[in-house]
Design a protein around this ligand. Sequence first.
Ligand code: GLU
Length: 290
Amino acid sequence: MMRRTMTMAALGAVAAMTLAACGSDDGGEVADVSASDFEAGTTMAALAEAGTITIGTKFDQPLFGLKPPSGDPVGFDVEIGKIIAGELGISTDDINWVETVSANREPFIQDGTVDMVIATYTINDTRKELISFAGPYYNAGQSLMVLSDNDEINGPDDLAGQRVCSVEGSTPAQNIADNYPDATLSLFGAYTDCLEPLRNGQVDVVTTDNVILAGYVDESDGAFKIAGEPFTEEPYGIGVEREDTEFRMWINDVLEEIFEDGRWLDAWNETAGTVLPEATPPSVDRYEVS
Ligand code: GLU
């Protein structure tokens, strides 16, 4: 009995040390701010006061948002989320990560399930009717992924008669439906749903943004490759409530600051930059909501 008690105490000590290490390891920088540093009534003040924020991100996209079996997601989008939370005085441990797939991003913002979405989320006019975007904070482009021994497909003009896999509610799927009607399009809920069908020959191509596909190629042990060059522009924004211009502009301020002070590049180099080439920050677009 004595021995067991000691073991439990020892375990408790180890657990406490592990927790402390986690907190400092991925805690990121937390600004010394409180709610009173923000204008009363703003989302920034409310979040700083609450000391917690709910962020929607992808859970199945290496390099940008990938959730391990236990623990928080990792990736470039996740790092951007941690920086924004930190600027509100919220530590990484107090971020509530919620999985957003492509199709539920607008509804999750509109119904308040999340405070913001950072999820390889292309800024476009259709979406701007429903929500607002801070950013962009990265410019991607639609691309194609095939089996490594496939030399038939080298760009979107080779898609006629091909079985193409993508995701509901995504801009790449919409582009194929609108502009490449001779392709046979299969839509799933998330991009990882397309990987096994590609591997076993049920589909010929997976399409989404180049940087998402690069993560799957990297994890495929040589089974997959990118076919051709990107053929659209996919500027990534941070989705917030449509009318919340103050919050959007404040996030834009944070983005411009981290583009300048090197935090954006550090976040890139620690995540997506381990596989993708060095990147440069884009220019923020402070558009007006009509
Ligand atoms: N960036 C595109 C989009 O927002 C494709 C990636 C995704 O589905 O997350 O639809």
